[in-house]
Design a protein around this ligand. Structure first.
Ligand SMILES: Cc1cc2nc3c(=O)[nH]c(=O)nc-3n(C[C@H](O)[C@H](O)[C@H](O)COP(=O)(O)O)c2cc1C
Length: 344
């Protein structure tokens, strides 16, 4: 299950409704659940009061109940640790107690939305990720995922338009701008030890710019991901909006395919699995070939990636995995925006 923010944890505390939502996915035969983004212990790590915290007595007690229930049902789960960085306020107008913080205060190219972090802020932020990862392990989670994608804090360091720093955390090249994440991953590795899997979610695209590319070539991608692998990442969760899109001209490999080839690490692919019109139409019997699933399997069988994350399809339908395995295609529930209104 791909990480999906649900905003059903008032005051940052996940309650039984959140635990039961994940348990339903275990019962639906999801192999590994990545939690919704859950924020680390910084005053401005969140832009929504209903997003769960991964710090503090009550939220951690809530997460303990989640992982206990998930594992009692036979499930495996990792929390996704998140810091939003500099973002635009949500429609609700809610704001954290201190300004949003990021590498240079930019939300996007030339647009200020918060403050630039001092070196002290950076050190403290790295510590909070390490603490959250240690807490995840202590609570009994099976692994941890660091949210380094989609234009949020860690990705804001990677991306030149939002990282204009002139100290050791900035620079003209991607490896220079990767230093923050490398130090963060090293700290997380140190805090959880060697026998605990660390996944890092990364993306070329940003919520601020769907067409953004951090790495324009495989060589550049190598200079980005290899230092992160060396710092302690076990799994690269390669976020794409459409898994079948090639990452670079001249090869049909997607992002997860390239990440695996360049780092030798385990990779996760994601993006419109089971939700293309073709796929659903095919499973309803409206077209002759379920082309999207075929393409996923072709890439999987070729060894491009090791795991497949499913987002919206699982949000809308807790039983999606089992239905796919049992070929109960007529019972699949498609995704619509209304599915966001409740934790079904
Ligand atoms: C409602 C919703 C919330 C999301 N929240 C997160 C999140 O907290 N962290 C994250 O890394 N991605 C998040 N995503 C992205 C998903 O993990 C996934 O990459 C994306 O939906 C594409 O997969 P899909 O086509 O199977 O839905 C979210 C997506 C949706 C639809």
């Amino acid at each position: 299950m791909a990480p999906m923010t649900r905003s059903f944890s008032p005051g940052g505390v996940p309650d039984a409704n959140v635990a039961d939502y994940y348990v339903r996915r275990v019962q639906g035969e999801v192999g590994l659940i990545l939690s919704e983004g859950t924020v680390v212990n910084r005053p401005a790590s969140s832009n929504d009061p209903n997003v769960p915290h991964f710090y503090g007595k009550k939220p951690l007690r809530g997460w303990k109940a989640v992982i206990d229930k998930v594992q009692a049902a036979g499930g495996v789960m990792a929390p996704q640790l998140w810091h939003v960085g500099v973002v635009s306020p949500k429609d609700s107008g809610w704001l954290p107690s201190t300004p949003f913080e990021g590498p240079s205060g930019f939300v996007a190219s030339g647009k200020i939305g918060g403050v630039a972090m001092t070196e002290h802020d950076i050190v403290e932020t790295i510590k909070t990720f390490a603490q959250a990862a240690a807490d995840a392990k202590a609570l009994g989670f099976n692994a941890v995922e660091i949210h380094g994608a989609h234009g949020y804090l860690i990705d804001q360091f990677f991306w030149h338009p939002t990282n204009q720093r002139t100290d050791r955390y900035g620079g003209q090249t991607l490896p220079e701008r990767t230093r923050f994440a490398v130090e963060l991953v090293r700290a997380v590795r140190k805090s959880v030890g060697l026998d605990f899997a660390i996944s890092l979610r990364v993306s070329q695209w940003k919520l601020q710019d769907y067409a953004a590319k951090l790495a324009a070539t495989p060589q550049e991608m190598e200079t980005w991901l290899v230092p992160l692998a060396e710092a302690g990442v076990d799994i690269f969760h390669c976020s794409q909006r459409r898994f079948w899109e090639p990452e670079f001209i001249g090869s049909d490999l997607n992002f997860a395919g390239w990440a695996k080839k360049l780092t030798g690490k385990t990779t996760i692919t994601v993006g419109s699995v089971g939700l293309s019109g073709d796929f659903l139409a095919a499973f309803r019997g409206e077209t002759s070939t379920p082309s999207s699933l075929d393409e996923l399997l072709r890439r999987f069988d070729r060894g491009d990636f090791d795991l497949v994350a499913v987002g919206r399809a699982l949000l809308a339908d807790a039983g999606w995995s089992r239905k796919i395995r049992e070929a109960r295609s007529s019972e699949l529930i498609g995704f619509s925006k209304e599915a966001l209104a409740t934790l079904t």
